[in-house]
Design a protein around this ligand. Sequence first.
Ligand code: ZN
Ligand code: ZN
Length: 180
Amino acid sequence: MRAIHLLPVGDVKHELIVDLKNRLQITFHADALILNSGFDARQFYDEQRGQYNSTSIIRYLKETTGGHVGKRSKAYLAITSHDLFIPILTYVFGEAELAGGVAVASYYRLQNELYGLQPDKQLLIDRLTKEAIHELGHAFGLVHCQTQECVMHTSTYVEDIDLKTDAFCRVCSTLLKNYR
Ligand SMILES: [Zn+2]
Ligand SMILES: [Zn+2]
């Protein structure tokens, strides 16, 4: 059985991470657990950009957890409310090391409030779930998928996330089963 370890980074809403954990267990047929040893996000903060460096978080996760060892059966996913960036992009929703067992997902830009809309708890958890599944898909070895509805379809804007489902298409699903 696969194992997914969730690490809150900074101030993450507890009920959000519990909902996420339950949904990840179902999607990946995995044991998911929330690690209390969440880490301090300040070390990843970039003062000039006012954002957090997602690649540094990935590197830190890799160093402290070792990622998965040998087979693709275990992954660490950091969850944060902070805005993430990589140097060449304005922002990212998340990042993962391909087949490396480590990933990070942010819900900062998944919140309606950021776009001047009413808060929507259900929509937020739906979006975060898709983003988390997408990054974990990478962490377990999947690349981007051309199928529009597939959770491995790439997303640039929050609307792109709303257009896809939280499920793997048949091709990605088969690949994922073989990556063990
Ligand atoms: Zn991706
Ligand atoms: Zn797919």
